[in-house]
Design a protein around this ligand. Structure first.
Ligand code: GLC
Length: 529
């Protein structure tokens, strides 16, 4: 692998969704001082780095993914000084720091967009975004049929107000996400220059890495043609391409990112690479002169099924390997239903999530953990009035949105704040979280937190954790077992419904106790060496 020896090639990175992690000032929203106060916990957990979800000023419509100033800190979360202090302290704890960068779009409250709204069609202000006249006699239809990822049309029409106070319909603007997230026009050099400034800003401040939001975005199909996958078009196979995402010119953006990062020692960029046609195109994002790493969706999308998990692992390793990049393993993030709920009902989900955590952490490459999964937190079904994710409204109340994975972390004690806040948490924390606090789990050797600590400790210190491929063993139906190449580390997963014998080796760790006769029970994974 060409990245051997780089810190990020095997690191375990812990994602902090800042507003849900720890609140230092009692306003119910987590903040940077809160993160800073919990660095000891992350060190104890044994991760190598933390990734902060966007900390930039934001109206909060998509909680920081709608940015008004990419080179400032949201006052709700703290100040640039707090961030500097956090970076310094994290480094003192042996932790690296990644920040989120959102190049595809801004907030509609960004000064650029405000200027565009009050400028005329065809103006340089509008040229930083995608403004178009509508279709139809009076421009009453959107410029094309693109849909927003969150639901509904990807275009919104502006209303202009004339000097005499009368209003009239104006142009439409493109937003692949919420209407409050207008897409930047990546054919405009000012947009490039601004990203470059942002990248340097973060590198100069001492961050170790950047997570690039919607890395498959930015470039749109030339001429913004209709999306032929939408109803009304007869699908023809080679036209089933998404004109919104994964267009070739996007790679120039990643070359820019890489060129800037290459000026700083030891910095990396990891991309959220989503909507791509196939693994060959996915691999294009981690070419030698592009991103260092990219998330691959196969494992996190795989059903809890031995065949599906094995296929996802093979696919991910092959895709990353074809570009010479390390694989990135993740089961979860702030956009997904938490694994403890996703993998099954009742006690099954949490048991399976523990087992899958051992699978993910045994694999060659780097692993990204989402905060709260180390506590085995379930996804929360929130009452409709508590939901904040724009997906809920924009989907016409058909998609509950992602808030269930964003409920704040229970640290200790009693509700309503469970040590997260002395005030009222920004999303209500369920009573069930009271039995899952970090403080209690630290004391309990059988807790999910203790399992993660043990696993991360072994991963870091045990000599068997090396080898950049896996070799599969024959395994009973419903089970899988692999060994890291050139190493003695074996990981076995029983996703079937009866106990099975373990592969040979000394047991290092299991996600649940073995049976009395030493067999691996259902919904359990084991590490052996
Ligand atoms: C990414 C983020 C998601 C956000 C979207 C728009 O997918 O992970 O949370 O809503 O980009 O910025």
């Amino acid at each position: 692998m060409r990245h051997d020896g780089q810190w990020w090639a095997e690191a375990v990175v812990y994602q902090v969704y800042v507003r849900s992690f720890a609140d230092s000032d009692g306003d119910g929203v987590g903040d940077l001082a809160g993160v800073r106060s919990r660095l000891g916990y992350l060190e104890l957990l044994g991760v190598d780095a933390l990734w902060l979800s966007p900390v930039n000023p934001s109206p909060g419509l998509d909680h920081g993914y709608d940015v008004t100033d990419p080179r400032e800190v949201d006052p709700l979360l703290g100040t640039l000084d707090d961030l500097d202090g956090l970076i310094t302290d994290a480094h003192a704890h042996g932790l690296r720091v990644l920040v989120d960068v959102v190049p595809n779009h801004t907030s509609d409250q960004h000064e650029w967009f405000r200027a565009a709204v009050s400028s005329a069609p065809g103006s340089p202000e509008r040229a930083r975004y995608h403004f178009r006249p509508g279709r139809g006699d009076r421009g009453e239809q959107p410029p094309n049929n693109w849909q927003s990822v969150f639901g509904g049309p990807a275009w919104t029409r502006l209303t202009a107000t004339d000097e005499d106070g009368t209003s009239r319909p104006d142009e439409w603007y493109l937003h692949l996400f919420a209407p409050g997230q207008p897409d930047l026009n990546w054919e405009n050099p000012e947009v490039w220059a601004d990203l470059e400034k942002t990248l340097r800003f973060w590198c100069d401040r001492g961050v170790d890495g950047l997570r690039i939001d919607v890395a498959h975005g930015m470039a749109k199909a030339a001429g913004l043609p209709d999306d032929r996958r939408q109803p009304g078009w007869t699908p023809v196979s080679d036209e089933l391409v998404d004109p919104r995402f994964d267009q070739d010119p996007v790679h120039d953006v990643h070359r820019l990112i890489r060129a800037v990062l290459d000026h700083y020692p030891d910095r990396m960029a990891v991309g959220e690479v989503g909507t791509v046609r196939d693994d060959a195109r996915w691999a294009g994002y981690v070419r030698r002169d592009e991103l260092h790493l990219a998330f691959h969706s196969a494992l996190r999308d795989a059903a809890y099924d031995a065949v599906a998990v094995r296929e996802a692992i093979d696919r991910t390793l092959a895709a990353a390997g074809s570009a010479g990049a390390p694989a990135v393993w993740t089961l979860s993030n702030h956009d997904l239903v938490r694994p403890a709920t996703r993998y099954g009902e009742g006690a099954d989900g949490p048991a399976r999530a523990r087992a899958m955590a051992l699978v993910a952490l045994a694999l060659p490459g780097t692993a990204y953990l989402y905060h709260g999964d180390e506590l085995g937190l379930p996804d929360v079904e929130l009452p409709a009035e508590a939901r904040q994710d724009p997906t809920w409204e924009l989907s016409g109340h058909t998609d509950p949105g992602r808030d269930g994975a964003r409920v704040p972390l229970p640290w200790e004690g009693e509700g309503p704040g469970y040590g997260f806040t002395t005030g009222t948490p920004w999303l209500p924390m369920p009573e069930a979280y009271g039995a899952l606090t970090a403080a209690d789990q630290l004391e309990d050797p059988n807790s999910t937190l203790s399992l993660y600590r043990h696993a991360l400790d072994l991963r870091r210190s045990h000599p068997a954790f090396h080898g950049d491929q896996v070799e599969w063993f024959g395994a009973p139906a419903g089970c899988l077992a692999f060994r890291r190449t050139g190493s003695t580390l074996v990981c076995a997963l029983n996703a079937g419904d009866r106990p099975v014998p373990l592969p040979p080796g000394d047991v290092l760790l299991t996600s649940a106790p073995l049976t009395d006769c030493g067999e691996l029970p259902p919904d359990t994974a084991a590490w052996l060496a």
